[in-house]
Design a protein. Structure first.
Lengths: 353, 353
DNA sequence: CTGTTAGCGCGTTCAC
DNA sequence: GTGAACGCGCTAACAG
């Protein structure tokens, strides 16, 4: 019944040696037709599953994966994702898998481009790429295709690549959901503010743009009668921001709902808290990062939309592992769940892997 | 640097044999104080991580885990959980881990009790127990304690057991969250129906009771001014249910919000769909099971609250694995995230493990 | 108390 | 084209 067959058993059953069985299993040729047939017959009968533990011990092969993600500060989005990578690395330690981390500046494309040649030098078996800079990523993937190094994409999906797997959320839909969550909290004729963070040299990330698109589509598809006011905020200069926000709210006292399509909702939360503005402002943000958390708890943020970054990081490494070591087929496109977090369920959002 | 030490290296470094090192690593005694000290010194210096692959290969130990969960039909809650167990079993196959499944009738305590003696016979190394029948579970766990067989609890936490791990949600809080989700959709003075499913011989599950408690606490803590009407429905007899619901809605036309604290919200969905009742009734239910899904999509259910059953099943098996094979310390109490599902995010809720 | 050694299942020489 | 033999790192039995 539950008998597991060893390669030795197969050899005995088919009257050849273990070496021959091995050659057939991995079709490295140099086998007589006769032996081939005998072994194949046995294989079909017994449903052979190799012992992966033994295999990996025997192979003694080192795997090196390289990750290309933005550098991060403590508690930030990419830090969460990195934790998932750490966890996977730890778990796969005994399989001789090592992860080399390369970081780029998420606001500076050239910092990404500079890393590209380093990947070739790294002599690795797999790469994990955060797809912030689409054109650069395409260039890199073409290079990897040539080198026959498998890669996994994370963040936004890019078509026409041969990535073995992609992990991320559907940005449009996550914006659409944000639309519903905000619209439920206001009256149809209320106005809404979209706070956009601008950095010098920053093209708007496609993810943020797609989210906004989904958000607007929800509203205009559901008898929203108000107006949407974009407010442009500098990502770095907090002093200037205060002025911008002060003047915006001075002229738009009626606005009591807003949204931010990246993880910086806490900037608004900080502002409201400082201004001692009452908590009737409805603010929706993205990503469960430390600085957003307290504002969700104290009420300055009503909803956070999240995408299990640790799970994503974990799965990226696992995808390479499964592809290379276990030789399993990995699902290519993996949209992560879009999680809705409120004050009441946030404390359980540990994203247990 | 990245050098990994073998047990043989430790032996050389400390001037003893591998046997001695092994005895110290697993403290099976019979080691001189001198050797002990020398080896311990080296161990501290090198931060030794055993190669688990090699260990498990050498041990060649068979592990048998027994699961005690309710029997289920396709697409039901326990089916999802079972999928997670399958997945874990598959993944741990090479570690010689085998899972034996025992099923009981979730509405018949004696069917659970009958299984208890079978567990001893099974000669297993670990047990996973769905805690539907508290008293019976306590009895079982005491027996397992005597036999020194580790066990994992799932569903509801039971205090005063020595379980190595528990996976489940905080029922009270998940009811509390349901309270918020429903209350946001109605006016403070609106009335609410709680549909309770009754089975012959069925004591209300503690989970369902706790959820209702949390639900009520939310409402009464947030200036809810309406009334709550419990409606008792038979779990099996659909004909009779129609009458009950007909008469209830005939006398309570004003009620346009309701909740069901187990996974049977689809029963109400079916009823509404049949009656061609307009979709302004706000209904909240639990668990992403197939029959609830369509009603979430067609609007008869507005929210589902879910708890990642596949992840739970997966983690239960992994907990035993980590405890027994990896000898890792496993977190004892693991509250799962409380997920909020709406029409717009349900399609991504695949609970990727 | 200690060191040596034979496996665990698989991959890979290296003679035949 | 084939098979015997060794080694991956670790465990445990056994001889000293």
């Amino acid at each position: 019944m539950g008998k597991t067959y060893r390669i030795k058993d197969i050899a005995e059953l088919s009257g050849v040696s273990t070496g021959t069985v091995d050659r057939i299993l991995h079709n490295r040729g140099k086998v007589s037709e006769e032996a081939q047939k005998k072994v194949e017959k046995v294989l079909k009968e017994i449903d052979y599953h190799p012992n992966l533990i033994a295999r990996s011990l025997a192979l003694k092969k080192k795997y090196k994966f390289v990750t290309l993600i933005p550098s991060f500060g403590q508690g930030e989005y990419w830090a969460k994702l990195s934790e998932g990578i750490n966890k996977a690395e730890q778990e796969l330690f005994s399989y001789n898998i090592e992860v080399e981390r390369m970081y780029f500046n998420q606001y500076d494309r050239s910092s990404f481009d500079n890393l590209i040649p380093k990947i070739e030098e790294a002599d690795c078996q797999g790469v994990i790429i955060a797809t912030l800079f689409k054109e650069s990523v395409i260039q890199l993937t073409q290079q990897l295709d040539k080198l026959e190094i498998p890669y996994v994409l994370i963040d936004a999906f890019i078509e026409n690549t041969n990535c073995i797997a992609y992990y991320g959320t559907n940005s449009y839909d996550s914006g659409y959901i944000a639309g519903r969550l905000l619209f439920e909290q206001i009256h149809p004729e209320d106005n809404i503010a979209i706070f956009r963070f601008i950095r010098k040299g920053d093209m708007h990330s496609t993810q943020v743009m797609k989210r906004e698109e989904g958000f607007r589509d929800y509203l205009y598809g559901h008898d929203f009668l108000g107006k949407i006011y974009p407010v442009h905020i500098h990502a770095d200069e907090s002093v200037e921001n205060k002025e911008i926000l002060d003047s915006f709210f001075a002229t738009h006292e009626e606005i009591k709902a807003g949204i931010i399509f990246n993880s910086r909702a806490h900037v608004l939360g900080d502002y409201f808290q400082h201004q001692d503005i009452d908590k009737h402002f409805k603010l929706i943000g993205y990503d469960v990062i430390e600085s957003n958390l307290s504002h969700l708890n104290n009420g300055y943020i009503t909803h956070l939309i999240a995408q299990r970054p640790e799970v994503q990081g974990f799965n990226c490494v696992r995808a390479l592992f499964r592809h290379l070591v276990l030789k399993e087929k990995v699902e290519q496109i993996n949209y992560m769940p879009i999680d809705i977090l409120i004050k009441e369920n946030i404390k359980y959002y540990n994203n247990y892997i």
